[in-house]
Design a protein around this ligand. Structure first.
Ligand code: GLN
Length: 425
């Protein structure tokens, strides 16, 4: 059985499809290398060791690549991110657990990595896929190269793939599962079989990335980088932050806005949280399918109406479910730093940082729940409010990191919500 393609040659296979709609044949897709090991071309020698790798997607396409990170074989869902900068924040965003991130920006690695731009202490994503790795690293904050960083963290990274062709494929077919491998002993058929026998849907990815015990968070945004400080009145609010895979910049922004924060694990009982007498509760971002973590939805339900609550991304989806709504998997999601969002209350448009594959279905929400924000690219629900219970939530990332700061005001709105609730009690 063979499929015709203009991309390359076809390998016949006898594999049967895991889910409908895909051709089963393996199709080798090649991209002309942008880099060379030879100095004869006038280019300098690459300062990292390369070896052959393959990305095999569940639709049967095979993408030969060069590895610049850890060796091995990993399985994950492939998503593309359109951010031009901020690859280090993306690498350390725990919401990418279970996913390979393909950067559409063709050259990555130019600024290396530094200790300040980490969004968590670990990289939880399964691997980085790029077109070209910058041959030189130059930035005053840089402490090491991207290649060394990935290798030290045992993280796979590959380059020299046609990332534009893969992105078009993801936009047409939707997010695809795939296998990245540097192991030459594994056949294409084996890797295809692996990619088709796994699914990110229905897996609890939160428990692997959440903290194991409560801790206090005190760091603010460094004064050198802080902004929007004029309207802060110096009041202090006690916030419990549920860690479903929390990004540090959410905590830094809350702290800069005057919050004293206790971060608690995803399984922390609601009754214990209430004993701490919080002024507000934050439900954080986090990886994977919100329907795979019913225990978290139950916790959110128990806390609704007991204190003002603020949900960000996964937190927003869990709130949507706790309020009686449904979430669904999007075709290829939103991952980037330039998503226009309309605030329905003010009519203003914010350019936002986004990273999600699931969304709340507004039609499933009960009366009284207001859709406050809409993604203008596709009209999907980007924010909710349920004033009766002091609930607010955003599907995207007001903390940015990386991304524009247009939505930072949402932290101020949470402060106002806590302030009003305190005054009325
Ligand atoms: N950044 C996030 O919190 C992601 C939320 C959820 N895991 C999704 O993919 O939709």
């Amino acid at each position: 059985m063979a499929a015709t393609t203009t991309l390359g040659f076809v390998l016949p296979t006898g594999l049967s499809p895991r889910r409908g709609g895909f051709r089963v044949s393996l199709i080798r897709c090649s991209a002309s290398p942008l880099t060379t090991n030879s100095t004869a071309s006038g280019l300098v020698e690459k300062p990292w060791n390369t070896y052959d790798a393959r990305l095999v997607l569940e639709d049967g396409s095979i993408w030969p690549a060069k590895s610049f990170g850890a060796p091995g074989t990993r399985i994950a869902e492939l998503v593309f991110n359109t951010s031009l900068t901020g690859y280090q924040e993306i690498l350390t965003d725990p919401s990418y657990a279970g996913q390979f991130v393909l950067m559409t920006n063709p050259q990555i690695g130019n600024t290396g990595v530094n200790l300040d731009d980490e969004e968590s202490e670990q990289c939880f994503l399964a691997g980085l896929v790029i077109r070209s790795l910058s041959i030189s690293t130059s930035n005053w904050r840089c402490t090491k190269t991207l290649a060394d960083y990935l290798t030290e963290r045992n993280l796979m990274g590959v380059y020299d793939l046609d990332t534009r062709a893969i992105t078009r494929r993801l936009r047409e077919e939707g997010s695809l599962n795939g296998v990245l491998s540097t192991e030459q002993t594994k056949t294409d058929e084996e890797l295809l079989h692996m990619s088709r026998s796994w699914d990110i849907v229905g897996i609890d990815l939160i428990s692997d990335v959440s903290c194991k015990s409560p801790y206090e968070w005190v760091n603010k945004t460094d004064p050198e980088w802080d902004f929007n400080s004029a309207s802060r009145d110096g009041a202090s609010y006690r916030v419990i932050a549920y860690d479903f895979g929390i990004k540090h910049n959410i905590l830094r922004r809350l702290s800069s806005y005057g919050c004293q924060i206790t971060v608690v694990p995803s399984t922390f009982p609601a009754s214990e949280a209430l004993k701490m007498n919080p002024d507000g509760i934050l439900f954080s971002n986090g990886p994977g399918d919100p329907s795979a973590v019913p225990y978290a939805v139950e916790t959110v339900k128990e806390l609704l109406g007991k204190a003002p609550v603020y949900g960000i991304c996964m937190g927003h989806q869990l709130l949507g479910q706790a309020l009686g709504g449904k979430t669904f998997k999007m075709k290829f999601g939103h991952h980037g730093g330039n998503h226009p969002v309309r605030n329905n209350r003010t009519g203003q448009v914010e350019i936002s940082a986004q990273n999600h594959n699931y969304a709340v279905d507004p039609a499933s929400l009960p009366g009284g729940v207001e859709v406050t924000h809409v993604n203008l690219n596709d009209g999907s629900c980007a924010g909710l409010s349920f004033p009766e219970m002091n609930v607010m939530s955003l599907q995207y990332h007001p903390e940015a990191s990386p991304g524009p700061h247009d939505s930072d005001n949402a932290f101020k709105e949470f402060i106002e919500l806590m302030k009003r609730s305190k005054q009325s009690s």
